[in-house]
Design a protein around this ligand. Sequence first.
Ligand code: F6R
Length: 617
Amino acid sequence: MCGIVAYIGSRHAHSVILKGLKRLEYRGYDSAGLALMNGNLSVYKKQGKVSDLENYLHEVGQDTLHASLGIGHTRWATHGEPNDVNAHPHYSGNKELAIIHNGIIENYDSLRTELINKGHQFESETDTEVLIHFIEDIKKHENLSLEESVRVALTRVIGAYAICIVSASEPNTLIAARKGSPLVLGLGKEKGEFFLASDATPIVEYTSDVVYLNDNEVCVIKNEKFTIKDIHTELETAPYIQTLDIELEAIEKGGFEHFMLKEIYEQPKSISDCMRGRLNAETSTMMLGGIREYIDNMVDANRIIIIGCGTSWHAGLVAEYIFEDLCRIPVEVEYASEFRYRNPVINPGDVVIAISQSGETADTLAAIELAKAQGAIVLGVCNVVGSSIARASHAGSYTHAGPEIGVASTKAFTAQLTVLTMFALLVGRKKGTLDEAFYQTLLQEMDEIPEKVEKALELNAHIKYISDIYKDATNAIYLGRGHNFPVALEGALKLKEISYIHAEGYPAAEMKHGPIALIDKEMPVVVVATQDSSYEKVVSNIQEVKARKGQVIAVVTEGDSLIANMADHVLEIPATNQLLTPLVSVIPLQLLSYHIAVLRNCNVDQPRNLAKSVTVE
Ligand code: F6R
């Protein structure tokens, strides 16, 4: 959480940084700030969005903002409430240094007490201000260079960080370091131009040459050159320069009112992109290069453990059904945050699949380390190329959904399902639990999914109409069975996170064990009721809701007249094999949450209290 950007070069640093912060705002948006080397080392910061900072800078006046070096930050508060004082950057006590930080310094309290005893005074409540005072203190009392002081300080702090530091006494130097929070270095086309950012989106406009910093690396940019060293060994590391494959259009709204809507509409393409070069229905072939060497580990696995958080966890729940059906391997799906803290039993032969859009979720990352330490093979399913989880896994497959900027995950979910289904198809076929004819049928069905998603998107206008009816609801229940149960969970999560309506997802049969008590004529009940093996049972559940006067919005298979006669509203989606239904049945639920949130005037792309990349535990 929190987004950081830094720039050194011949452009206006403040413009590059502000634009970059807007791209990173999905990572946190409760305050923003920047520090510029504009003769002095000046810090400008404001509570609120990057646009509030921008307005404030207009008042300050462009003339004072000229600088070729600067650092900027958009915050998701951890230590200290969102306000101007707690906003980053933070100065050192003597105002010689300024820092931006994404992460948490866990031993900040003891460091703070130590520094207060030495006479330091703090303005904010943040751990970050403690870190910059600590660096200042080491520089002064141990008589070290700035670069050395930063490195030494980092060997003594506990926690996670991506930081950038500038110093008034070294106006052409930029120092950055990472441990546990992402940081990308962009190499500008001109000599001496460099960018640093939490992800590549602020950089892509200027260069495609990047270096993803590794944990425990410190990068020093000075004299138009950069060097990267290991914080502990002090050894210089050879940079691995990668070429970005993100297009600028992919990170812009492209005519849509919100990123979330754009991303919902991108799903026919993102699912195709995910299958491209991997699945060929015509030749009945499939290949996933990234996990080629680990297919046998899955085939021979006694158990597959899937870990993830939020929407990624829901994708894991769908995959459980698919793996068990096609591969006959027991699957456990765990919240990464629970798995990592409950001394899980991991046996030799277990394969762990870690799912994460951002590839930076702290709990998932920690769960991976735990699983690896206990001998499990870990396969990653990530969207962000080069992310920490992708790198921490033994192998994996990217979802190739393109940048997902709306905080509510949509296209990442369907791309995760696509990858996981391909895993299961490969494993089931090799294991012999999936016969050839069914394998070919599923490949054919997979190939048709983008078209079916396109068809489901045609429901948009009808969903907007339904949303208007239910926009003032205070509660909602989502029901589904089998493969559609996780879809119900996902629909409820989407609604609550962006429209702030309380919503619960339940397996439809569980309703009578408690939630049925909530049903009255005010309660919208969204039922995913496609024609699959549990169809009749779901029909009975709808009747139970209607008998109690609940308002039923049903997602049904095209041509379903039975449910049409019972439900208050039906949303028809094209038929597909039930294993693949969630790829299509989730689409109306994404649109429903989107429209309700818009009608309630909620900030769809940046819902309150949330951030896209959850890098704190
Ligand atoms: C919900 C949502 C979150 C994420 C969760 C995991 O719309 O976006 O629940 O799914 O924070 O994030 P990743 O997938 O990046 O690990």
